[in-house]
Design a protein around this ligand. Structure first.
Ligand code: SF4
Ligand code: SF4
Length: 194
């Protein structure tokens, strides 16, 4: 069939030599790469890091992990309007809305709140559209935090217990990987200069 783009490369079908049939060039090429990495590691020009003890620096445009914010009085901002879920191109957000009861005014800012709110971090592409869609400034992607590696798929479904901002600023989530305050400040400074 003729190519529509005319970009298709026509390959010459030459018969393979004896060495090619015995995979000798491919074996030699593979060994060369292995030895190159071996000597590079031996001369300390390592290409790997000892994760999680060491981490690579994040990109200045790294968006990080979600956090559900509280207002200045410590009440949850999210009203479970669902706009973030509608905006999400990966369909990673689900929630169940509930009515605030009498006496819960100090917990939830408005009459409606999210009884449950979940983000599937395996689906999320960290595009930030949920943050942009939120009319209540309730969901943010926090640049100094990322989803740590896990063995079970279920552990990548983040519920309110892991998403809602802790009540006190010092009581930060221990579940996400945290940068040191110096690393976070450096990253924020880099982001402001971009
Ligand atoms: S960052 Fe993008 S993909 Fe991830 S939950 Fe938000 S809208 Fe969905
Ligand atoms: S995070 Fe924002 S957009 Fe999403 S349900 Fe809550 S208030 Fe609505």
């Amino acid at each position: 069939m003729e190519s529509l783009s005319k970009r298709a490369k026509v390959l010459e079908k030459k018969p393979m030599t004896f060495a090619e049939r015995a995979y000798l060039p491919a074996i030699f090429q593979g060994l060369t790469i292995t030895m190159r990495h071996f000597f590079r590691a031996a001369t300390k020009k390592q290409v790997t890091v000892r994760y999680p003890d060491e981490t690579r620096p994040f990109s200045p445009v790294f968006r990080g992990l979600h956090v559900l914010k509280r207002d200045e009085a410590g009440r949850e901002r999210c009203t479970a309007c669902g706009l973030c879920a509608v905006a999400c191109p990966a369909e990673a957000i689900t929630m169940v809305a509930g009515e605030r009861k009498k006496g819960e005014e100090n917990l939830y800012r408005e009459e409606k709140y999210a009884v449950s709110y979940e983000i599937n971090m395996l689906r999320c592409i960290f595009c930030g559209l949920c943050e942009e869609a939120c009319p209540k400034a309730a969901v943010y992607l926090q640049a100094d935090k990322m989803a740590p590696p896990r063995f079970e798929r279920d552990e990548f479904i983040y519920g309110k217990d892991r998403l809602v901002e802790p009540v006190t600023p010092d009581n930060r989530s221990k579940r996400g990987i945290q940068l040191t305050p110096e690393q976070a400040d450096k990253l924020r400074a880099q982001m402001q200069t971009v």
